[in-house]
Design a protein around this ligand. Sequence first.
Ligand SMILES: Nc1nc2c(c(=O)[nH]1)N[C@H]1C(S)=C(S)[C@@H](COP(=O)(O)OP(=O)(O)OC[C@H]3O[C@@H](n4cnc5c(=O)[nH]c(N)nc54)[C@H](O)[C@@H]3O)O[C@H]1N2
Ligand SMILES: Nc1nc2c(c(=O)[nH]1)N[C@H]1C(S)=C(S)[C@@H](COP(=O)(O)OP(=O)(O)OC[C@H]3O[C@@H](n4cnc5c(=O)[nH]c(N)nc54)[C@H](O)[C@@H]3O)O[C@H]1N2
Ligand code: SF4
Ligand SMILES: [Mo]
Length: 779
Amino acid sequence: MVDRIADIWGARTPYAQGGRWPDRVDMVLQADIEAGEVDEWVQSACVLCSNGCGCDIAVKDGRMVGIRGRATDRVNHGRLGPKGLFGSWQGMQHQDRLTRPLIRENGRLVDTDWDTAMERIVARSKELLASKGPLSHGFYTSGQLFLEEYYALGIIGKAGIGTPHMDGNTRLCTATAAASLKESFGADGQPGSYADIDECDAVFLYGHNMAETQTVLWSRLLDRLSGPNPPRLVCVDPRETEVARAAEVHLPVRPGTNLALMNGLIRELFVNGWIDQDYIDAHTLNVGQLRGVVDKWTPERVAEVCGVEASDVRRAAAIFGASERVLSTVLQGFYQSAHATASACQVNNLHLLRGQLGRPGCGILQMNGQPTAQNNRECGADGDLPGFRNWENPEHVKELARIWNIDPSVIPDWSPPTHAMQIFRYAEQGSVGFLWISATNPAVSMPQLARIRDILRKESLFLVVQDIYLSETAQYADVVLPCAGWGEKTGTFTNVDRTVHLSEKAVDPPGEARSDLDVFLDYARRMDFRDKDGGPLLDWTGPQDGFEAWKECTRGRPCDYTGLSYELLRGASGVQWPYNDEHREGTERLYTDGHFPTDPAYCESFGHDLLTGATVGSTTYKASVQSGKAWFKALDYTPPHEEPDEDYPFRYTTGRTVYHFHTRTKTGRSKPLNDAAPAPWLEMSREDAGKLGVAEGDMVRVASRRGTLELPVRVADIRPGCVFAPFHYGYWDTAGPDEGGRPRAANELTLTEWDPVSKQPVFKNAAVRLEKIPGQGPA
Ligand SMILES: Nc1nc2c(c(=O)[nH]1)N[C@H]1C(S)=C(S)[C@@H](COP(=O)(O)OP(=O)(O)OC[C@H]3O[C@@H](n4cnc5c(=O)[nH]c(N)nc54)[C@H](O)[C@@H]3O)O[C@H]1N2
Ligand SMILES: Nc1nc2c(c(=O)[nH]1)N[C@H]1C(S)=C(S)[C@@H](COP(=O)(O)OP(=O)(O)OC[C@H]3O[C@@H](n4cnc5c(=O)[nH]c(N)nc54)[C@H](O)[C@@H]3O)O[C@H]1N2
Ligand code: SF4
Ligand SMILES: [Mo]
């Protein structure tokens, strides 16, 4: 049998341009079980990244005992990666699962029953609403719940309580994807399709280590690369990742300098006439402004700022210019670095300039990371209004109020929605006294952890944490709610390329754990939220009611789900929205006719100034828009806020490894995955290791202005002057810095700073100094 820990992508199944990606069914079963002994295979999709691979869960004697890919699914054609194969079902069934609610008594968390836990929450909630009003409440959710759960939470926060303080960890994840799509095209939603990999002439990966983070998508690309007429590949990443090694041109930019590179690439298209003037004239606005901004970004200037070769900038641009069908993918190397939205918009601009949108092979994938991030953005459990509605458009607010049968004045539309970092700031200051965190672990995943820990432990903050394990964050809670997770509850979710999947309940959750949806509905009931006519605000009895309600909310919006049903999703494959009377088969690509959702009455946003983040506002927007045309948005480069200096001479960046998902609550509890990457490390170039006198495995202390880490060195192919740490490792399985343990969470060092438009925190560039810890070998 193939070792799918060592062999990450599995065997090659080459195919030619325009061909069909061959099927290959991947499967793992518990060691003592044969396929014939499985009682039942239950349809689902994997929730360990945004790829959304279709799968079936193997069930025997009421337990999950394995998984296999669905050959019929358009996303993965049967394949699964290491996390899907091992992390999914194994990660859910560990003895550490939370089985009973916990409440804090005399400083300690103790077991209780659901009534006591919920009544404690409701009592505090009512008391704060009466004494301080809705702005005392904050909700911080996830990119890992189901659509129905987010929509329930969105209704609770926006129509029940009426607080603008709602966001998800999607803010840390793909807020910039959403922001760039709104700025350029008027609304969120990926223009492209995974099938563009089958058709394209070239692929550009911008700050995206697809080989480790969407392993099945990378397998599709590897199969094209090993078939006839393979696509040309360009990679922008300071590290020599697997993607970089496969690329024809690798641009190892200094962290934080993406925008300089992008401005240079755009300039090359203009200078060499590699643009589609007819498309630009017919379908876009503001090309003159773009030209003006990029004018001074010659390849030589780019080379100097980014630390790459000018000839490589020219070669990369020439590949874009010479290819009829380019697929671009963008992820955290752009979204979590400096000038995030502006850099991501420049990718959209490259495609608009060449008219490469809406045709097979010409995709833009402003990627998602988490499996259900798209749904949080759609359903309004983050800062947006449900159905991609525009908070600055009073008609959209009225429409929502009509759908929910409430008074429009309840919906908080008087200010921009509060982003995650600002919600935590309000908790720090004390104006938010009630914070409900679901399915995310900010005590490890947010920047500047010492500060986050101080906020979470504040006396003035009543903290509810809803999780499947006692995470680092849950340990600070006043009430911990044990939830059912993947395979233990039913719901739908949507992946990067708008493919909607149904994930069915396969087994019962452990102990008294309940689905997140049941918890939200229970809270709504106990709070007695009512509509205008005195009826219950949320009268759903289960996920299917939620899905039906959601369909109505999307009617006529870009993410129209009205033609979908659970019945239909029980089919062979997931399907792509919009799916309605007009699109009976779903929609492979958006903007095929060059018409964009920028009409002021329809668009999701009136846009922002990319430098300051100031909103354009309806008056200016209406005066400058030509409905249906896309926007060229551009910004000049300025250096990132924190650059290396004498005291902190190294650039610090962070990211992922293939074997772990985030804070390891699931993958750290799967033996094969955890054995493959049991502890954190610091990547450093050979050159820097030599200068510091450290060798592989030596311990170093890494310090920024905000904290320190102690990690073993891994000598790696990273550009000199830069170091990299994986952000997966926190303290649930080791003593934390407050208990005298070694600091090892990458976010001890990161800074509290965010992109002005998307408000996504900057996790990918900070300045640090290094010192060898004498006499200490491998940990
Ligand atoms: N194995 C695994 N897969 C995952 C996840 C996981 O935790 N583990 N998480 C999922 C989620 S939620 C997400 S958001 C995605 C993230 O997926 P990716 O964005 O692919 O992952 P990262 O490792 O965070 O960052 C990608 C690359 O950015 C590079 N980089 C750092 N700084 C810069 C810079 O300034 N410029 C450029 N151009 N590149 C830079 C890093 O070297 C890194 O290789 O992965 C998803 N898939
Ligand atoms: N330095 C640095 N920091 C980063 C990043 C980086 O690249 N570098 N990346 C950022 C990104 S892109 C992301 S997405 C975040 C991820 O950061 P987090 O969201 O904090 O990470 P997770 O470990 O996925 O946390 C999810 C939590 O939900 C729980 N959970 C899983 N399923 C369910 C469920 O069905 N119900 C409930 N109630 N709970 C559930 C899990 O046990 C876990 O505790 O980290 C961000 N932080
Ligand atoms: S690529 Fe993502 S969705 Fe597919 S199996 Fe791997 S972790 Fe799961
Ligand atoms: Mo993410």
